[in-house]
Design a protein around this ligand. Structure first.
Ligand SMILES: [Zn+2]
Length: 122
């Protein structure tokens, strides 16, 4: 693993396994930069012991999708869930009200775990 200071390991992340909802091991957060002084740009990743690696990108807002990957920051990985091929899991953030998503006075905390849930888990 890289010792790059942009990477934090075994850290708290709202990311959960989108299949079983379980906590992830080997969590990491890579800071990719800052879009503006108040906008975090991060990649969160972690491994479900049963379902493998997942990651999600934060650009100032909760992620729209959680991706299954072969390894952190690696290529996407095909999963079969209920007989269907799946590469990504849309989050409930897609269903947030427009006013909530666009509220600049009280912006949503991009790390608020309630918005990181995959749609299928509600
Ligand atoms: Zn899992």
């Amino acid at each position: 693993m890289s010792a790059d200071s942009r990477d934090q390991f075994n850290v708290e992340t709202p990311l959960r396994c989108p299949i079983c909802g379980g906590a992830l091991k080997h969590t990491m957060i890579r800071t990719l930069g800052s879009v503006s002084p108040h906008t975090q740009w991060q990649l969160h990743a972690g491994e479900c012991p049963e379902h493998g690696w997942f990651q999600a990108e934060v650009v100032g807002r909760p992620p729209r999708d959680i991706f299954s990957v072969a390894r952190p920051f690696g290529a996407s990985r095909r999963l079969v869930v209920n007989g269907q091929e799946v590469y990504q899991f849309p989050t409930v953030w897609n269903d947030a009200e427009f006013d909530l998503r666009m509220n600049k006075e009280h912006p949503v905390d991009p790390l608020d775990a309630q918005y990181w849930k995959p749609r299928s888990l509600g």
